[in-house]
Design a protein around this ligand. Structure first.
Ligand SMILES: [Zn+2]
Length: 444
């Protein structure tokens, strides 16, 4: 079955930044088979898009879906204060709540143009089964790709860590469960719908041994590695006190600066550390709204890009952003880059590149992130006839500067999963009601 999308302003995000103002995209068997402008190829089905902007589906590189259950808490807190307040509430998580949370967060992400969701889940209260499986089920039902992580915490308050002792796990149990999930759920090759990564939470909640053994496991199973890093000045002070070095030096000492690793935040990196990231191939999930919400600072993204660091965007946890809107992060990334470096620091197209091609690179997915023959048919279609784009001379800059609210259409593997700005496979109102019922169990 060949489907042709026509009358489209196509932003391919290929290496040359090719753009077809009156373009078309041919989809076949879940992949893009051709893209261009002018004479249109034969197809079984033709869909006219009326001049809408078509971008690659966005790729989210950092999130905690479960946190949709606990939004707008600890409103003036620093990261550490916010964590300490929320950990005991998060300890109530179970598979039923995780499923409701994941449906809400993934639905929000899809409606903001996201076709691949990475989720960093690291809260595993003893005896609660099926948490990762619940979010994978939610993604499968809604029609989105997911990279789910088996996160972990094992450095509790009694040992000088931040999380309460009831939330820390045994190293061997973490590693065994990670291997179990990878064996059960991880897909490989172009078009993979579900993948597993290994993601110990952070240097202040995980021991050196678990960091090292997580990396060994990931490399043995050929999985990607992820953690939080250099988010706040308090974290830097903690690392200095506990390990006698900066968070990046600590990570380096663990063998974690490498091409199979990406880190969330990286707000507080020196120029040398940025070069070290670039040279080692270590990736970064830039989460500007969360960093601003927690007053953590602004990551030096332009310097990272110039140093050849792989950078993608993340909405981060819904309790420190409150919104799972990835296109909002495209706009936010542009604004904070310009806040640091002036109006020439980042273009609208560069910002979209971070959210698409950049994210795919961070997740080591060369089958995602651009509209080129052979890539997955994951596309976001942005209407340009709404109130906010009236008078926009350049529709691509228009959707970024105005901050497009909601995607018009979303395709994952060539399948329409959002149509007319609504989910195709589920009812948004029902998801919201089920989520509210679960979130009452997490009341402060
Ligand atoms: Zn996070």
């Amino acid at each position: 079955m060949k489907s042709l999308l026509t009358a489209a302003h196509v932003l391919t995000m290929d290496d040359a930044g090719t753009e077809h103002e009156e373009g078309w995209v041919l989809l076949e068997d879940g992949f893009v088979s051709d893209v261009g402008s002018g004479i249109e190829p034969e197809a079984d089905e033709r869909v006219g898009l009326g001049g809408a902007v078509v971008t690659p589906g966005l790729v989210n590189t950092h999130h905690h879906l479960y946190q949709t259950l606990t939004r707008a808490r600890a409103q003036q807190a620093t990261l550490f204060e916010w964590l300490v307040e929320l950990y005991p509430t998060w300890a109530r998580i179970d598979a039923e709540a995780e499923y409701a949370a994941a449906r809400t967060g993934i639905a929000e992400l899809m409606l903001s143009g996201c076709t691949t969701v990475f989720d960093h889940h690291y809260v595993f209260p003893r005896g609660r089964e099926g948490l990762v499986e619940a979010e994978v089920q939610a993604a499968r039902e809604l029609g989105c790709r997911i990279v789910a992580s088996r996160g972990s915490m094992n450095l509790g308050a009694a040992q000088g860590g931040l999380p309460p002792d009831e939330l820390v796990e045994d190293v061997d149990a973490v590693l065994a469960d990670t291997e179990r999930l990878a064996g059960k759920l991880h897909e490989t090759g172009a078009g993979a719908r579900v993948q597993i990564s290994v993601a110990p939470c952070s240097p202040f909640s995980v021991t050196r041994r678990l960091m090292v053994e997580s990396a060994e496991l990931a490399r043995r199973l050929d999985l990607q590695l992820h953690t939080h890093l250099a988010e706040t000045v308090e974290e830097a002070a903690y690392c200095l006190e506990l390990y006698g070095c900066t968070p990046v030096e600590y990570l380096d000492s663990l063998g974690w600066l490498d091409r199979d690793v990406w880190c969330a935040h990286c707000v507080h990196l020196s120029d040398d550390e940025i070069r070290r990231f670039g040279a080692s191939g270590t990736g970064v999930a830039h989460c500007p709204t969360s960093n601003l919400r927690l007053g953590a600072g602004v990551a030096p993204v332009q310097a990272m890009v110039e140093a050849g660091v792989r950078v993608g965007l993340g909405v981060d946890g819904s309790a420190s952003n409150e919104r799972s809107h990835l296109f909002g992060e495209v706009k936010q990334a542009l604004l904070v880059a310009r806040g640091r470096g002036g109006p020439a620091a980042m273009t609208a197209r560069d910002a979209i590149r971070l959210g698409t091609r950049g994210g795919a690179g961070v997740l080591a997915r060369d089958d995602l992130g651009s509209i080129e023959p052979g890539k997955c048919a994951d596309l976001a279609v942005w209407a340009i006839d709404g109130l906010e784009l009236g008078g926009a001379a350049d529709p691509v800059a228009g959707i970024v500067f105005a901050g497009a609210h909601r995607v018009e259409r979303l395709y994952v593997a060539g399948e329409l999963v959002v149509s007319g700005g609504a989910l195709v496979r589920a009812d948004e109102g029902e998801i919201a009601r089920a989520h509210r019922a679960q979130s009452r169990r997490f009341a402060p």
